[in-house]
Ligand binder design. Sequence first.
Ligand code: PMV
Length: 344
Amino acid sequence: MKIPPAKTAVATPNIALIKYWGRRDSNLNLPFNSSLSMTLDYSLNTVTTVSFSDKIASHRMTIDGKVAPLDQRDEKLLKTGIVIDEMLRLGGYGKDMKVVIVSKNSFPGGAGIASSASGGAALVYALNESLDLELEPRELSILARKISGSACRSMFGGLVMWKRGRRKDGLDSYAEMIFDSSHWTDLVDVVAIVSEEKKSISSSEGHDITSSTSPLFKVRPKLAEHSISAAIDFVKRRDFQGLGEIVMRDSNNMHAAMMDSWPPIMYLRDPSREIIDGIEELNSDEGRIVAAYTFDAGPNPHILTQKSHLGKVETLLNKSRSVKKLLKSVTGRGPKITEEVLQL
Ligand code: PMV
């Protein structure tokens, strides 16, 4: 059997402006509501090399130098193995062909920065190239979604919408670019790292606990669809005031539903709340919204702002003793193949 060539892809995380939380189908990662995100630029990235062998018994994966077993100990890793097998089958390869994956993040994993999004997107992108599958962006997005829902959005650059879809098989649940990375070059995302600890409840568990136990969650799907239409309109007009408010409200709404779950889920920590207060104060001093906070499933804030206000935002974040590092990004361009080859 012909051994496919090794390939390396780089993909980047995305920050959800209107969030995905809760799954109507946990196996296929089908959401209750659509979501909207900004893909980050290459300064935050996951690089993934895939190579192949018919001489080993199982797929092997390392992430940041650590072995990542593709089994039921971790839902996303288990699903990664399933997607690899699906792509090998699409390429006409049998069960003997195994994949060796070496993946490296430029930022801390498991701390609410979407390493599973960039990781899932980079892997699917690299496999498509190695196996010569020539899949459409929509098909790649569906494959990435099956690894981690938010990964379907990292398959594109710019401002991206993941439509929830209605079908049971998920074939209408994929992401699309709404505006490319040149639409709003003034928009900046600053991640303030306040904790690099792994979260105690994975997003996989969290999605299902919230949707099955939180009474507040019931209002979320409809609200999120409205927020997306409004947010797209604000992005279209590059209206930061409008976008900033809706982004903060959506993050607060998701975290309220998380806290309303049983057992309660609280990803925000004291430093997160301290930064929320700081942003509120900055906006109130300025008399308008110049910065907006949003949190995924972790304590590290993403602060959206515009280049003209970046200095003030950095000063504010650097004042906090809990902030260890700032990671800045403009809107990114999406995954690409690179020549770099990562070795085990
Ligand atoms: O893709 P997952 O299962 O890691 O879920 C991500 C959920 C949030 O990051 C909290 C929101 C989002 O839309 O990215």
